[in-house]
Ligand binder design. Structure first.
Ligand code: NAD
Length: 469
C-alpha cells in the first residue's frame, strides 16, 4: 500500500480517472482491530437486547438519509472508484434498498415452536452470534458493505468492516450516516487498512464469531486458512468467470444488449460480469456483427462527466495486466480483435487507467481468456455447435458464481439451469440481483450466501428450549 510520504500511517486514495488524490485515510493496524473488538464486546449486550424491529427502524432511517444524500455519495464513489456517476448512483440506491429490505424483515426474526410431546413444550429462539467481521473489495464497496451490514446488524450483532484501502471513503461516509441515525459507534466500526494487517487480524481472531469475506479466490484461500481453528462461521464470496450462452432461438438484440451491459458495467470489474460468451454457430455471424457495433460505440471516459458510459480500471497495474493479456492472446493464437484492444490514445485520458472496451474472437477455448477470471473490459466470444458443447465449455473452469442462457425455449432454459455449475443462473438476463434473492458461489467461487433470508440466517444462532411442566 503506498504510504503518504508527508503523513506516516496515512495513505492516499487515488482517483483512477485522473491519478489525482481524492482523499487521505488513516491506516488501521492490528492493534486498532483488537481495540475495535474490545469496544464491540462492551457494546454488544445493549444492542443485542433491542427487539429486532427497533434495529430495523434505524436501518430504515439510515436508508432514507442515504437516498437524500445520493448525489453527494455518488460523486465521492466515482472519485475514488472511477465508475460513471449513473453507476455510482445505482450502487448507492442499491445500498439503501438492501438496508430497507433488512429493515422490512426485521419483525420476522423468530424461532420455531414444536408440537407438545411427552417432554413438554419445545421451541427455538434465534440469537445474534456476537462480533462479526466483513472484508470488502474495491469493485462495489458500498453495495457489498450493505450486503453484510444489513443482516448482521438486524440480527443484533456488532460488525467490524474492513474496506479495501483503494476505496474506503464512501464506506466511511455511509457508516457515519448509520451512526447519526442511531447505530452506536462501537456496534459498527469501519477500519480501512491493509489486508495483510487489518484483514488478517479479523480472520485470525477467536473473538470474531462470523466473517464474511468478498474478494479474489487467492485471498479467500488465505482467509480460510487464517480462520481455521478459530471456530468462526465463514462466508467466502470469491471471483467468478461467468459464462453466457446464446442459443439459436434467442432474441439476438436483447442478448446483444445483455452482453454489453453484463460485461462492460463497472469497466468489466464485477464478480458476476459476463466474462465468456458462447454463441451457437448458426447465429454467430449476425450476433458478433451486432455486438461489435454496440461495443465500438462505448468511449471510456472520466466517470464525473455525465455522458460517460464506462470509466477506467481501478489502477494502472490492473490496466497493464489486461493490456498484456490481450497482446499475448493476439500474438500467440489466431485470435482476432473485433474492436478495442488497446490503451486509448486520447491526451485527456493519459493520466487515468483506461482501456478500450474489447471484443475478441478465435482465442482457444482453453486459453486464459476462457479459463481465468478476467477483471476488465474484455469480452471473448467462442462459437459452439450445440447445447451440450455450450454447457461443457461453460462448466470447464474452476469457478461457479453466475451463468446465463439466452433462449425462448423452456427445454433449453431447464437444461441450462439444471446443468450449469453456478450459484445463480439467469435466463434472458445477467448481472442484476435484488436484495431478497440469495446470492453466492460454488466450486472455487466460494460458499455461503448473501442477500435474502439466507444471509440473515448466517448471522444468527439457534437455541433450543424444552419446558417440562
Ligand atoms: P482482493 O482479494 O485483493 O481483496 C479483497 C479484500 O481482502 C480487500 O479488502 C483486501 O485488503 C483484503 N485482503 C487482502 N489480503 C488479505 C489477507 N491476507 N487477509 C485478509 N484480508 C485480506 O480482491 P479485490 O481485488 O479487492 O476484488 C476483486 C475480486 O473480488 C474479484 O476476484 C471479484 O470477482 C471478487 N468479488 C467477488 C464478489 C462475490 O460476491 N462473489 C463480489 C465482488 C467482488
Amino acid at each position: 500500500m503506498p504510504l503518504n510520504k508527508t503523513e506516516p500511517d496515512r495513505t492516499d486514495v487515488i482517483n483512477p480517472a485522473t491519478g489525482e488524490r481524492t482523499g487521505t485515510i488513516k491506516i488501521s493496524r492490528e492493534e486498532d482491530v483488537k481495540s475495535a473488538i474490545d469496544r464491540a464486546e462492551d457494546a454488544f449486550s445493549d444492542w443485542a437486547s433491542k427487539i429486532p424491529r427497533e434495529r430495523g427502524k434505524i436501518l430504515f432511517l439510515a436508508a432514507q438519509e442515504i437516498r437524500k444524500k445520493q448525489n453527494e455519495l455518488s460523486e465521492l464513489l466515482t472519485a475514488e472508484q472511477g465508475k460513471p456517476l449513473f453507476e455510482a448512483k445505482n450502487e448507492i440506491q442499491g445500498c439503501a434498498a438492501v438496508l430497507e429490505y433488512y429493515s422490512s424483515i426485521s419483525g420476522t426474526v423468530r424461532g420455531d415452536f414444536m408440537p407438545k410431546s411427552d417432554y413438554g413444550y419445545s421451541f427455538t429462539v434465534k440469537k445474534p452470534l456476537g462480533i462479526c467481521g466483513a472484508i470488502i473489495p474495491w469493485n462495489m464497496p458500498v453495495l457489498i458493505m450493505a450486503w453484510k451490514t444489513g443482516p448482521a446488524l438486524v440480527a443484533g450483532n456488532c460488525l467490524i468492516v474492513k474496506p479495501s484501502s483503494k476505496t474506503p471513503l464512501t464506506s466511511l461516509r455511509i457508516a457515519s450516516i448509520l451512526h447519526s441515525c442511531g447505530i452506536p459507534e462501537d456496534v459498527l466500526s469501519v477500519l480501512p487498512g491493509s489486508g495483510i494487517e487489518a484483514g488478517s487480524a479479523l480472520a485470525k481472531s477467536r473473538k470474531i464469531a462470523a466473517l464474511s469475506f468478498t474478494g479474489s479466490v487467492d485471498t479467500g484461500n488465505i482467509v480460510e486458512k487464517l480462520s481455521c481453528g478459530t471456530g468462526k462461521r465463514l462466508t467466502l464470496e470469491l471471483g467468478g468467470s461467468d459464462p453466457m450462452i446464446v442459443c439459436s432461438d434467442a432474441d439476438i438484440d436483447s442478448a446483444v444488449a445483455g452482453a454489453v451491459a453484463g460485461r462492460f458495467y463497472n469497466c468489466g470489474q464485477t464478480c458476476t460480469a459476463v466474462k465468456r460468451l458462447y454463441v451457437m454457430e448458426d447465429i454467430a455471424e449476425e450476433f458478433q456483427r451486432k455486438l461489435k457495433e454496440k461495443i465500438s460505440q462505448i468511449r471510456p471516459g472520466n466517470g464525473m462527466m455525465r455522458e460517460t458510459k464506462m470509466g477506467p480500471l481501478i489502477d494502472i497495474d490492473a490496466r497493464d495486466r489486461i493490456s498484456d493479456l490481450i497482446t499475448g492472446t493476439r500474438d500467440n493464437y489466431d485470435a482476432e480483435i473485433l474492436t478495442g484492444g488497446k490503451i486509448p490514445d486520447s491526451p485527456d485520458l493519459s493520466n487515468g487507467s483506461f482501456f478500450e472496451p474489447t471484443l475478441i474472437t478465435g482465442a482457444p477455448k482453453d486459453s486464459r481468456l476462457f479459463t481465468e477470471e478476467i477483471f476488465g473490459p474484455v469480452l471473448p466470444v467462442a462459437v459452439v455447435k450445440n447445447m451440450d458443447e455450450a454447457i461443457a465449455e461453460a462448466n470447464r473452469t474452476e469457478f461457479g458464481l453466475g451463468a446465463s442462457v439466452w433462449t425462448k425455449s423452456l427445454k433449453n432454459s431447464f437444461e441450462a439451469t439444471e446443468m450449469l455449475d453456478a450459484g445463480i443462473v439467469w435466463v434472458n438476463r445477467h448481472l442484476k440481483i435484488p436484495p431478497e434473492v440469495p446470492f453466492g458461489g460454488e466450486k472455487e467461487s466460494g460458499f455461503g450466501r448473501e442477500n435474502g433470508l439466507s444471509a440473515l440466517e448466517r448471522y444468527m444462532k439457534e437455541k433450543t428450549v424444552i419446558i417440562t411442566p
